[in-house]
Design a protein around this ligand. Structure first.
Ligand SMILES: [Cu+2]
Length: 267
């Protein structure tokens, strides 16, 4: 590698570093790289992981593309009669390109485990408990107290669904509510086959498996109405397994809960 080559290489590294620093300093104005910022604290954790992994990927890509370009330009054929020096094997380089990816994968593994532990953490005393049941083809959202007694119920209208193909926000699909800033624990089950309860804006999806109970928490950090759908093909009307979730203030939430109280009454 000539002096000029080293200088050019230094410049490529500088660009990569500058890019990473600019993105880092951008803070909350980080581009989303096609992801959602996350309307729950769990979703935000997932978004952070996604962002840093994408930034790391971009940095690696810039370095790799830079090196390829540099090699193409610096070592292009100048003399049509000259054959490049022939050799094979380079132990230090081979060790380097084995060790660096191993370190990168180690980092990704570590931060993924940390993020998933946060996302999967269950609050000991959630403010709200909902049992979500997936069935062919719809959802039921049963609000319960800590003893499992049902307080309120929202569910897909019982019908052999003709294809509505309406927006998930349509009143023909169920909408359940969550209180802003409070933790809701979801108990997810399936009545028949495998479904996936998926809310893109929460950066969260989990399978509803027959015979298995999945539990997870949502702590919304943003009010709004967010669409959700089944994300595992589960039969003819899979595409009709739509719903929406509204995040509202705790006061409006309790008013809403009372208006949906099942006989026996909400608190
Ligand atoms: Cu489904």
């Amino acid at each position: 590698m000539g002096k000029r080559g080293v200088k050019k290489l230094g410049r490529v590294a500088q660009f990569a570093l500058l890019g990473a620093v600019a993105l880092g300093l951008g803070g909350c104005s980080l581009p989303t790289f096609g992801g959602f910022r996350g309307a729950t604290s769990q979703g935000q954790t997932e978004f952070k992981l996604w962002s840093w992994m994408t930034i790391a990927g971009v940095v690696v890509a810039v370095i790799v593309w830079g090196l390829i370009l540099w090699a193409m330009v610096a070592y292009r054929r100048r003399d049509s009669n000259q054959i490049p020096k022939q050799f094979h094997g380079n132990l230090p380089v081979e060790i380097l390109y084995t060790v660096i990816p191993l370190i990168i994968v180690g980092f990704i593994f570590f931060y993924t485990v940390v993020a998933e532990n946060k996302v999967d953490a269950l609050a000991p005393n959630p403010a709200v408990r909902i049992t979500v049941t997936g069935f062919q083809w719809g959802w039921s959202f049963s609000y319960t107290d800590s003893s499992g007694k049902q307080l309120a119920l929202v569910e897909t209208a019982q019908r052999r669904p003709p294809l509505l193909a309406a927006s998930p926000l349509s009143s023909q699909y169920p909408r359940f509510e969550l209180p802003l800033g409070e933790t809701t624990q979801i108990t997810l089950v399936s009545n028949d086959v495998v479904h996936t309860f998926y809310v893109p804006a929460f950066n969260f999806g989990r399978q509803a498996l027959p015979g298995v109970t999945n539990r997870f928490d949502f702590t919304p950090v943003e009010t709004g109405v967010f669409v959700g759908h089944c994300a595992t093909y589960c039969g003819l009307y899979h595409s009709e397994m739509l719903f929406s979730v509204a995040v509202v203030s705790p006061n409006s939430f309790h008013t809403w809960l009372n208006s949906h109280a099942t006989s026996g009454g909400a608190p």
